[in-house]
Design a binder for this molecule. Structure first.
Ligand code: BJ8
Length: 388
């Protein structure tokens, strides 16, 4: 069992509360004349949005509050992330969607692509065409043209000029943020980790709702220093015997925190997130030399998401993190009806089996209805790890 009340200062709470304070923050930004661009996916190059003096904001919803409303238009057997995001859009309940002047979508999974068509009836939606084969030269050339077209779209929509110099500055800023978030989650390589997996997740997830860059950087630096201090003082809330878990699969946050809770209530501790909430976003840096559009195109095309075929970069990252964080087992979180991740589960299982790393895949949605079932399965997995 993990205690959540180790002595981290209030700065930590500011990440947990960032999303909740969204409406006021967004209203202030809009009142100051800022343009807002909403995004759904890690493949969208946020540096271009930043270079235009615009505010990028994540629109993926993580609660089931509006799913019933969404199901009046969308099939019920669709991924909850897509249904919830659309539901919040049509009910005007998401301040980030409400205040977005433009929604930047991407051709990743089929459900999202088709949802963007419907969303386009109520919002200004621009969809970047993402190739599915990272290793082809033609994919790179095509994606580079899409990156440039996105830049042009922002320039014409918002009447701004996005120069190479502005792009280079944005790349540097975002790289700095990535480096800090990586430094933060790498603190959990310690044995025991200085923070619980739930805290780590709340910080990683919460930073995307911090819109003042300097403030965000300062808070991240302070948080890292505070965590180091509690770790050095031997105040970890985690038992040395807790089984070290890496989470892979679909993006997390909000309702899916339930999975981390059940793992950490069953004798495990989540030390690393390989998914888009964690390392998939922050592990690498965009090249700061050379042409900025090319550097962005290369960086984003290399993301290891299951919508790519083949998808070797997910395996490379997974293997590296398992060794770095000395994990005892890997838990995959699958959102219901996410076909690309669900099909890739077999590849992941075989890959980890060859390396003798125990693995379990758990499917869930945004409701609380399956918590008991998740608890049973997570507890059995951790018990099995303890018996090895
Ligand atoms: S880069 S993980 S953010 S696509 S869970 S909506 S894939 S059916 S979120 Fe994702 Fe970009 Fe990949 Fe990351 Fe579809 Fe699956 Fe739902 Fe998903």
């Amino acid at each position: 069992m993990i205690t959540q009340n180790n002595k981290l200062p209030e700065i930590f709470e500011s990440f947990g509360e960032a999303r909740r304070n969204g409406f006021i923050t967004m209203k202030k930004l809009k009142d100051s004349g800022k343009g807002v661009v909403g995004t759904f996916c890690t493949y969208v190059p946020v540096e271009i949005i930043m270079a235009g003096g615009l505010v990028p904001v994540g629109l993926c919803s993580t609660s089931d509050e509006t799913i019933a409303e969404a199901e009046k238009q969308l099939p019920s057997n669709l991924c909850p992330l897509i249904k919830a995001s659309y539901g919040f859009a049509i009910t005007n309940k998401c301040p980030y969607m409400y205040f977005s002047d433009l929604v930047a979508g991407e051709t990743t999974c089929d459900g999202k692509i088709k949802m963007y068509e419907l969303l386009g009836k109520i919002k200004d939606v621009y969809v970047m065409a993402l190739p599915r084969q990272q290793d082809r030269e033609s994919s790179r050339a095509f994606w580079l043209s899409e990156v440039k077209a996105f830049k042009q779209k922002l320039e014409s929509k918002f009447g701004v000029s996005i120069t190479d110099e502005k792009l280079r500055r944005a790349i540097k800023e975002r790289n700095r943020e990535r480096a800090l978030l990586k430094e933060l989650y790498e603190l959990s390589t310690a044995l025991p980790p200085p923070i619980s997996g739930l805290r780590q997740l709340q910080i990683l997830y919460g930073t995307q709702f911090k819109f003042n860059y300097e403030e965000k950087i300062r808070e991240l630096e302070e948080t890292i220093a505070a965590i180091r201090k509690t770790g050095a003082a031997g105040e970890s809330p985690v038992s040395k015997n807790a089984k070290r878990i890496l989470i892979t699969g679909c993006p997390m946050g909000g309702a899916t925190e339930k999975l981390v809770r059940v793992i950490e209530e069953s004798g495990g501790v989540v030390v690393a997130y390989e998914n888009c909430t964690g390392a998939k976003q922050f592990d690498r840096q965009v090249d700061e030399s050379g042409d900025p559009c090319e550097a962005l195109a290369d960086y984003y095309l290399a993301i290891g998401c299951s919508i790519m075929t083949p998808n070797p970069n997910r395996l490379e990252l997974l293997e590296r993190l398992c060794a770095q964080f000395k994990v005892d087992g890997v838990v995959e979180m699958l959102l219901q009806s996410c076909h690309t991740y669900a099909v890739e589960t077999h590849t992941i299982r075989e890959f980890l089996k060859q390396r003798s790393i125990p693995f379990i895949s758990l499917e869930t949605d945004y409701s609380a209805g399956d918590v008991e079932q998740l608890k049973t399965r997570a507890a059995a997995f951790i018990e099995m790890l303890a018996s090895l």
